[in-house]
Structure formats: C-alpha cells, structure tokens
Design a protein around this ligand. Structure first.
Ligand SMILES: Cc1cc2nc3c(=O)[nH]c(=O)nc-3n(C[C@H](O)[C@H](O)[C@H](O)COP(=O)(O)OP(=O)(O)OC[C@H]3O[C@@H](n4cnc5c(N)ncnc54)[C@H](O)[C@@H]3O)c2cc1C
Ligand SMILES: *[C@@H]1O[C@H](CO)[C@@H](O)[C@H](O)[C@H]1NC(C)=O
Ligand SMILES: *[C@@H]1O[C@H](CO)[C@@H](O)[C@H](O)[C@H]1NC(C)=O
Ligand SMILES: *[C@@H]1O[C@H](CO)[C@@H](O)[C@H](O)[C@H]1NC(C)=O
Ligand SMILES: *[C@@H]1O[C@H](CO)[C@@H](O)[C@H](O)[C@H]1NC(C)=O
Ligand SMILES: *[C@@H]1O[C@H](CO)[C@@H](O)[C@H](O)[C@H]1NC(C)=O
Ligand SMILES: *[C@@H]1O[C@H](CO)[C@@H](O)[C@H](O)[C@H]1NC(C)=O
Ligand SMILES: *[C@@H]1O[C@H](CO)[C@@H](O)[C@H](O)[C@H]1NC(C)=O
Ligand SMILES: *[C@@H]1O[C@H](CO)[C@@H](O)[C@H](O)[C@H]1NC(C)=O
Ligand SMILES: *[C@@H]1O[C@H](CO)[C@@H](O)[C@H](O)[C@H]1NC(C)=O
Ligand SMILES: *[C@@H]1O[C@H](CO)[C@@H](O)[C@H](O)[C@H]1NC(C)=O
Ligand SMILES: *[C@@H]1O[C@H](CO)[C@@H](O)[C@H](O)[C@H]1NC(C)=O
Ligand SMILES: *[C@@H]1O[C@H](CO)[C@@H](O)[C@H](O)[C@H]1NC(C)=O
Length: 637
C-alpha cells in the first residue's frame, strides 16, 4: 500500500496511532513542490500581508486542485451552513428553519467544517435568520478546509501554507471564545476526524509507569470519557463534554472536575506527536524536542505546531461526591427568567434583602480555599437579574470522597452559614460514572435558540487574596462590584492545580504560573450583542475593563485563563502567560520563524494584525498583515 512511504521512521512508527503512519514523502513533494518541507532558515517578513483570495499571489484553482490530489481529495471549499437562509442557489426555508429551531446544541455544529460557537469573531456575515436580508459571505470563515485524516494531510497543508504565504488556521471543535479557530482568507486544518483512541498498558516514561491513553487531536471529552468508562479508569477531562479532549483545551491548560486533585489537562501529558512549522512530524517528550514538550503544555494552541495526538496519564477509578447550594434573592416573577437563570428546587435558599444575599456569598467565597485544599472544585454562576434580584447556584465536587467524607469537608461551610443566620440543608450526591449516549449535549450553538457569543473576562485569584480577612474583604468587594455595579454575570470556579496536584511531569509544563497558587478562576460573562457597530464594540471593551480594573489591581501579578479569557484582555502577554512569556516567545521564534501559525493573543501574535474593513475590534474578518517594520513587537519583561 502507498501509505507505507519510505520516509517512515522506525522510532515514529513504534508509538504512533494508525493515522500517524501515513506521512508525506519525497514522492509527494517531487510531484508537487508547493508541499515541500522547509529548507534553510526562516525569517519573518518585515512587512506585507498573507495572500488574499483574488490577489495575484493567491494560488489558482488549478493549483488548489493539485493540493487536493496530494491529500487524496480531502480538501473542502465549504460555504457557511446558513447560506440556506439567504437568497441564492442554496436557499432552503426548511433547512434554515431547522438551523434556527432544532440545531441548538453544539454536537450538531461540530460536524460542520467551518462553524465556531462564537460567531462575532467571524464577523457575523452569515447568521441563520428567516427571511434574511443582505448577502451571506464567507467573512472570517476559511476559504479552504483540509478534512484531515492522516499526518500526511497535515504536513501537506502546513507546507503549502508556508510555501504559498497563506494564512493557516486550525479548527478542532470550534469552542474557542476568542476567534482562534477562524480567519478570513485562510486554509484551515480541521482536526475533528482524528478521533483514534488506544490504551497503552505498561507505558513507561520518566517517572511514570502505568496505563496511558493515546488519542488523536479530534477526540471530544465525551468520547474520551466513554473510552475510560469501558476501561474502568479515570482521566482528567473538561467540565463540558463537547470540548476537545486534546486541542486548544489541553494546549491552553484545561480544567475540569479533577483539576485540584490531579492537575490541569496540560499536566497529564507524557508525550505529544506534532507537525511543526517546517512540515516535519516529531515526537515531543522529556527527552526529545523538549522545548515543544514544554510549550505545548499550557503555552497555547495554534502557535508552535499542529498536535496530532497525545499520550496522557490515567488513574484508578475515582468516585465523585457533588453538592449543590443555591440562593435566590428576590427571584423575578417572570417564570421564564426563573427557569433559565434561577432554577429553584429543594436546595434553594431565599433571601429578600440584597445585603443579606451578599453576606451569604461572602461566607461562601471565604470557604473557597478549603475546597481546593481538599482536592475539590466548585462551579458557580451568579446572575444579576435586575431590580435587586439575583440568583446564585454552585456545585462543589470532591473526588475520591465518600458522601460521609464530603459531608465532613462541607460541615465548616454550613456551620459558618448558620452562624451568619443562613440555615441550608446540606445536599450531596455520589456521582457514579455513566457512559454518554451517542452524542453529548452542550446547549451552545450559533443558531438563534442556543447560547452564543459569550464573552469571558477571566481573572485568577490566588491564595494570597484569602490570607487575611482584611485582604479577602477588599478582594470580595472588587469581585462583587463587577456584578453589582457592572451587571456582569459571574462564573466562578474554585480550581487549585497546585504543584502537588500537577505532579510529574506536569510541574514542568508551561501553564501560567498563577495556576499553581490559584484558588479561584473568575470569569465575567456577557453576550456580545449581534448588531454592535465597531465603535460600540470598542466601548463595550472599555466598559468591561473599567469595571474589572479594581479586581485586576488587587490581584496584580496573577493573570487570566487564556481559554476562558477575552481576546481584548489588556496586557495579554502577562495576563495569559505570566513570566513564561519570554521563554515561550523564544521557542515560537525558533520553531516557527516564518509565522506559519497565528491566532489572536497567542505567543508571538503581536507581530501580525488583522486588518478589518470596518475596524471591528478583535474580529477575524480581515486580512492578516505584518505589523509594519516590526513595530508593536513585544519587548516587555
Ligand atoms: C461550552 C463550553 C464549555 C467549556 N468548558 C470548559 C471547561 O470545562 N474547562 C476548560 O478548561 N475550558 C472550557 N472551555 C474553553 C475551552 O478550553 C476552549 O474553548 C478551547 O479553546 C477549546 O479547544 P478546542 O480544541 O475544543 O476548540 P477550537 O476552537 O477548535 O480550538 C481552540 C484553539 O486551539 C487550536 N487548536 C485546536 N486543535 C489544535 C491542535 N491539534 N494543534 C494545535 N492547535 C490546535 C485552535 O487553532 C484554536 O486556536 C469551554 C468552552 C465552551 C464553549
Ligand atoms: C477535492 O477532491 C474531491 C475528490 O475528487 C472532491 O470531491 C472535492 O470537491 C475536491 N475539493 C475541492 C476544493 O475542489
Ligand atoms: C424541529 O423542532 C420542532 C419543534 O420542537 C419539531 O416540531 C420538529 O419536528 C423538529 N424538526 C426536525 C426535523 O427535527
Ligand atoms: C417570511 O416571508 C414569508 C413570505 O415569503 C412570510 O410568510 C413570513 O411571515 C416571513 N417570516 C418572517 C419571520 O418575517
Ligand atoms: C448582495 O449581492 C448582490 C450581488 O452581488 C449585490 O448586488 C447587492 O448589492 C448585495 N447586497 C448587499 C446588501 O450587500
Ligand atoms: C471528512 O472525512 C471523513 C473521513 O473520510 C468523512 O467521513 C467526512 O464525511 C468528511 N467530512 C466532510 C464534511 O467532508
Ligand atoms: C474497576 O477497578 C477497580 C479497582 O481499580 C475494581 O475494584 C473494580 O472491581 C473494577 N470494576 C470493574 C467493573 O471491573
Ligand atoms: C423536595 O422536598 C420534598 C419534601 O421534602 C420532597 O417530597 C421532594 O421530592 C423534593 N424534591 C426534590 C426535587 O428533591
Ligand atoms: C423577608 O424575609 C424575612 C425572613 O425570611 C421575612 O420575615 C419577611 O417577611 C420577608 N419580607 C418580605 C417583604 O417578603
Ligand atoms: C424592574 O421593575 C420594573 C417595575 O416593576 C419593571 O418595569 C422592569 O421591567 C424591571 N426590570 C427588570 C430588569 O426586571
Ligand atoms: C439535591 O439537589 C438536587 C438538585 O436540585 C436534587 O435533585 C436532590 O434531590 C437534592 N438532594 C437532597 C438530598 O436534597
Ligand atoms: C470582613 O467582612 C465581614 C463581613 O462583612 C465582616 O464581618 C468583618 O468584620 C470584616 N473584616 C475585616 C477585617 O474587615
Ligand atoms: C522524577 O525522576 C527524576 C529523576 O529522573 C527525579 O529527579 C525527580 O525527583 C522525580 N520526580 C518525581 C515527582 O518523582
């Protein structure tokens, strides 16, 4: 068979998944020099832009057909799914209505080669709407998509993009909040179908010895959980089941229920298989390509290479005990609002005085360090509903704790609440692992009935902000004001991936150092309204930054979680990468001197900018150009 080309390296083949044994060889590069590997040193251009469709440097249809032949017909030229809502050859009222009324969960859209769940970053140029007016255009969606099923496909796409000066993007599930999986005028590597999985018994690497899981970059959380369920093993996975089990989630850190117990997703990694910017397929671990191994564990996706698969640690089966607590303050009479934001059940405590409501939250937030120190996490939402009405709901989860043990861990919280005059009934349930049937539902979609366009502003709050009542009170006042005065919904997660939790080899990963001291990852959420003018969008950013400033001031030196942070985060290099930025930038420049990989607020991204026609901030609907003369290059500490 053709797939066993002569460039196949023995050391690579040994540990590779099946799809990784199909490599780009000199047979292909001779037939099409445009997919040849990098030769010699790369250098970032001083100026200029990536090729643009219709421009003189954009490959002809014929040239694209040659690329398509090299990848055995896996090249797609997809139109946005919502073209069915617009007058033209694809117009179809029933299909449009289906998108609007039935396709309200992410599992539907994940099957689409271009769609992302945060369409404002794409330019909102083809939203589903009945009787849509105007035209549907490609906007920030890629022009071509490589439906990758082999490493060869990925190598060909990387080489083609580098040799032809084409903007390259990588899309996995499209869950990114910051527009990192879209890009106008681009070629996209779509990793969704790389869902191979293999269990490796008796895997040994460095200090690790045991069962490891090896999976392709397209695998989703729910699929990984199902594999582990069958194997009667535990693994670190994400909080939402349709996010990638690898991809951007792992590359940017990746948190979930076990994060305070076993660390972040990046902390689990023992070995990564990667196609680098020069087109080569390499293994990165503690002994080889150690710079990549470091950078790809927390230093961000879409920067140093395309990860094709990961080998990660597994654990004996864990039990989880979970506990709910909810407080409704003057719940609105509107039952729809209640159903959506303030589910009221037996665990709900009612208050009718906002001062008392904040008192209860003060007691609750004071307890957060104890949650992470016991290996637990919590996951809470605080919705400001207007007219002094609030809804707060939290779920605390302890791994490897029986219900009785969890009750003992929770007792101090309920005692503190009682002494502040709040009598809650302790609610806890032991969770037993269950397989997920067929699909996994995440109620997020770019259709009108799903949640969409959520914008997150994240802040990591360390133990030191809980060190005394005085500092905690000032911190809590800042936390409170963003919601009370700014009106922002708070999504707060107690997550403490301490050095002890990270263990081996996680402790050497490039995850933001602030995570190691962390108690609380706070994300303030808004929905980006669809019809904002560029000026209004800039005002929204300024407004958020104004309300977050007191919190940033009182948590100086920590940071923000890139995967749930805002692309408009001020001073993003320090916020998303902390003291690691300088070292990561060196790796980026060494590994990708051509600037093949680019996505907003990733390491080295300050060398380029997206030039939009309308100036809409952070939109990916524009041409990617070099920042003139190297101006704007990062020069911080
Ligand atoms: C509903 C929802 C729930 C979420 N829940 C959680 C949660 O519980 N915990 C958490 O930590 N985060 C969570 N997130 C945030 C999540 O971590 C990010 O959205 C993350 O970017 C998802 O990665 P992805 O690969 O699935 O998505 P994509 O949007 O497809 O990719 C994200 C980024 O990674 C790059 N990338 C993807 N694959 C590769 C690859 N193989 N090689 C190199 N680069 C690659 C892409 O180019 C892009 O820059 C959630 C997001 C959503 C929308
Ligand atoms: C690539 O080739 C396949 C198989 O011939 C074809 O179906 C597909 O449309 C081609 N892609 C493009 C972008 O032309
Ligand atoms: C779409 O949803 C509507 C309303 O829930 C339902 O009546 C209809 O059968 C669904 N259509 C399809 C094709 O699933
Ligand atoms: C869309 O147009 C049709 C006629 O073409 C009309 O019957 C219908 O009410 C319109 N729907 C909306 C939502 O405007
Ligand atoms: C839509 O496209 C048509 C044909 O290209 C053009 O005539 C028309 O002006 C466009 N409409 C809008 C609103 O841009
Ligand atoms: C992508 O490739 C897979 C595997 O060949 C195939 O099943 C799937 O239909 C393709 N997707 C698209 C949108 O072409
Ligand atoms: C799963 O593994 C645990 C210990 O690791 C064992 O006690 C249990 O019996 C196993 N369960 C099944 C169904 O194999
Ligand atoms: C709520 O409490 C009542 C009385 O204790 C009980 O009958 C009911 O089943 C509970 N409901 C839920 C959802 O727990
Ligand atoms: C507010 O709550 C308190 C205690 O629960 C109760 O005594 C009081 O009547 C309530 N006031 C109003 C206006 O509902
Ligand atoms: C607040 O109350 C006023 C008067 O009852 C009402 O008109 C308004 O809609 C309410 N606002 C919200 C956000 O519920
Ligand atoms: C805890 O809360 C959940 C969700 O509201 C409910 O289903 C369950 O019955 C409650 N358990 C106890 C022991 O109250
Ligand atoms: C902190 O706030 C709590 C609740 O408002 C208050 O009881 C306590 O006295 C405050 N402590 C300090 C040191 O400010
Ligand atoms: C791992 O092994 C190295 C030696 O190879 C040793 O220095 C280190 O302490 C070990 N780390 C852990 C966490 O066991």
């Amino acid at each position: 068979m053709r797939r066993l080309g002569f460039a196949l390296l023995v050391s690579v083949a040994r540990a590779a998944l099946d799809f990784e044994s199909v490599l780009l060889t000199s047979e292909h590069t001779k037939a099409l020099p445009a997919v040849d590997f990098a030769k010699g040193e790369g250098r970032l251009p001083r100026s200029g832009c990536k090729a643009w469709p219709g421009g003189k440097d954009w490959p002809s249809d014929f040239e694209w057909r040659l690329l398509n032949a090299t990848v055995d017909g896996a090249l797609l030229k997809p139109t946005p799914p919502s073209t069915v809502c617009y007058r033209g050859p694809n117009f179809n009222v029933d299909q449009c209505s289906y998108l609007l009324n039935n396709a309200s969960t992410s599992d539907f859209w994940i099957e689409d080669p271009v769609t992302v769940l945060t369409p404002w970053t794409q330019g909102l140029t083809c939203m589903p709407a009945l009787n849509a007016t105007g035209n549907c255009t490609q906007g920030g969606f890629p022009v071509y998509v490589l439906n990758a099923t082999t490493v060869k496909d990925i190598q060909a796409a990387v080489n083609y993009a580098r040799n032809k000066n084409i903007r390259l993007i990588i899309k996995n599930t499209g869950h990114d909040f910051g527009g990192r999986s879209v890009g106008a005028g681009s070629l996209s590597i779509w990793t969704h179908n790389l869902d191979a999985f293999e269990l490796i018994r008796g895997y040994k690497k460095g200090n690790y010895s045991g069962t490891a899981a090896h999976f392709g970059s397209g695998l989703q959380g729910w699929q990984l959980f199902n594999h582990m369920f069958l194997a009667n093993l535990t693994i670190v996975g994400g909080g939402f089941r349709t996010i990638g089990a690898n991809g951007g989630w792992m590359a940017g850190g990746g948190h979930g229920n076990l994060a305070s117990f076993h660390g972040l997703a990046a902390d689990q990694v023992l070995e990564l298989h990667v196609v680098t910017a020069d087109g080569r397929y390499v293994i990165a671990d503690e002994e080889q390509n150690t710079d990549l191994f470091y950078a790809l564990r927390g230093g961000g996706g879409s920067t140093y290479g395309v990860v094709t698969s990961a080998i990660v640690k597994t654990y004996p089966p864990a039990t989880l005990t979970s506990s709910l607590l909810s407080i409704a303050c003057n719940p609105p009479p509107d039952t729809n609002a209640r159903a959506r934001f303030a589910p009221i059940d037996n665990s709900t405590h009612f208050v009718n005085d906002t001062a008392r409501f904040w008192d209860a939250l003060h007691v609750y937030f004071r307890f957060k360090p104890a949650i992470v120190l016991a290996g637990g996490v919590d996951w809470d939402y605080l919705y400001p509903l207007g007219n002094n009405s609030y809804s707060f709901r939290t779920r605390i989860t302890y791994p490897n704790a029986s219900p009785t043990a969890a009750e003992a861990l929770l007792k101090p919280l309920y005692d503190s609440l009682a002494s502040a005059g709040f009598t809650f009934t302790l609610n806890r349930t032991e969770l037993t692992p269950t397989p997920y049937a067929g699909t996994a539902i995440t109620p997020v979609s770019p259709g009108s009935n799903g949640l969409q366009n959520t914008r997150y502003r994240s802040r990591l709050i360390p133990h030191s902000n809980f060190a005394s009542d005085a500092i905690f009170n000032r911190t809590f006042a800042a936390i409170r004001s963003v919601t009370e005065e700014g009106g922002y919904t708070l999504h707060g997660l107690a997550i403490g991936p301490s050095p002890k939790a990270a263990g081996y080899p996680g402790i050497t990963a490039a995850v933001h150092p602030a995570w190691r001291e962390n108690v609380l990852h706070l994300a303030y959420m808004t929905v980006q309204p669809p019809n904002l003018t560029p000026k209004e969008a800039r005002e929204e950013e300024d407004r958020a930054n104004r309300f977050l400033k007191p919190l940033r001031d009182i948590t100086k030196g920590t940071g923000s979680y890139i995967n749930e942070g805002d692309p408009g985060e001020p001073d993003w290099q320090a916020s998303f990468f902390g003291a690691n930025y300088k070292g990561l930038l060196k790796i980026k420049r060494k590994r990708d001197p051509w600037g093949v990989f680019w996505a907003p607020t990733t390491v080295g991204s300050e060398s380029w900018e997206v030039v939009t026609l309308d100036g809409y901030p952070r939109s990916q609907n524009g041409r990617l150009c070099r920042v003139e003369g190297g101006k704007g290059e990062w020069d911080g500490e």
